[in-house]
Design a protein around this ligand. Sequence first.
Ligand code: IPM
Ligand code: MG
Length: 372
Amino acid sequence: MKLNIAVLPGDGIGPEVTAQAVKVLKAIAMEFNHVFTFNYGLVGDSAIKKTGNPLPQETIDICEKADAILFGAIGNTAYDIDPNAQIRPEQGLLRLRKLLGLYANIRPVIAYEDLLTKSSLKKSQIKGTNILIYRELTGGIYFGKQALSEDGNTASDVCEYHRYEIERIAHLAFKAAQSRKHKVTLVDKANVLESSRLWRRVVQEVAKQYPDVTLDYQFIDNAAMELIIKPKQFDVILTENMFGDILSEEASVIVGSIGLLASASLGENHQMFEPIHGAYTKAANKGIANPIASILSAAMLLDHFGLDDEADLVREGVDKSLKLHITTPDLNTKYDNISTTKVGDFIEDFINNPDETNLNFTNIHLGQSTII
Ligand code: IPM
Ligand code: MG
């Protein structure tokens, strides 16, 4: 298969983790005789620094022409502490999502057997957790009208949803549940918000078309607690933009590190694959950023194009790296010298020689060549 992949490494740890995902995709292309081409674009703070614009036209062009986009991370703490900055890195990502119509953000939350002790939650509580979060990505408070009064004393962000925005992601969530445990939990704040009541109404209508799927409801405040105390009750979580942002980051506690959570952002004509974590500026260029979320996002890219064996091989490589403790310091207590690049090298090596990786492990651990 020929795939033209746009790569937007972004800011902070984005470039180093994305480089590992590209490495893995190149290994897959080689192993399975695919032709993947990679075109790089600037976004976020790195784009502001070079062009003054967090989403330059050239990047938009690269993305529009691509079959898929691999996104790194965005943001810089310098902006986080300056509420007066008019141009902000995040605008690049938000504009891109909106422009390309990437309305459904799918975030899998899976408790890996080998990482159960890494979570601060009890092993018995999290063992077996397998949740798919469907986060609406181009509506709600993220994209509603924003205003600041002239005297600077009053501000507002409107949370607006239209029926069609809810319908289209609800269908995807119900379809996903049909091939899983047949349960959708709608998370909202329908006891307070009018927009949430619209979500309930529309989702209840959509649910009628999926009689084999149970629809259940939780208010966001309660869901935030239930997710931690009883994560196994969830199958597919369907929710609006901001609740999904918060809940998915909370869910990373179950998995053991936010550096493990991948996502796919899907629209009618475009698709982007992005780790759920941010730019983590403090950790940039130290070799400590976990590339697994980015590598698993690449696996979701392969899934999207029906390249199942390829995606499975990437996931097997990830599983193996976790089993052998070839992981970055956020997870590793066994070795202290496993860098971002080494994790990528290990998974690349696994893809090249799935049967021999155990032999190569010692070399990787010692920082020697992995080529045998
Ligand atoms: C995410 C991030 C983004 C979001 C930021 C960087 C704008 O937190 O993808 O979860 O809020 O959607
Ligand atoms: Mg987030």
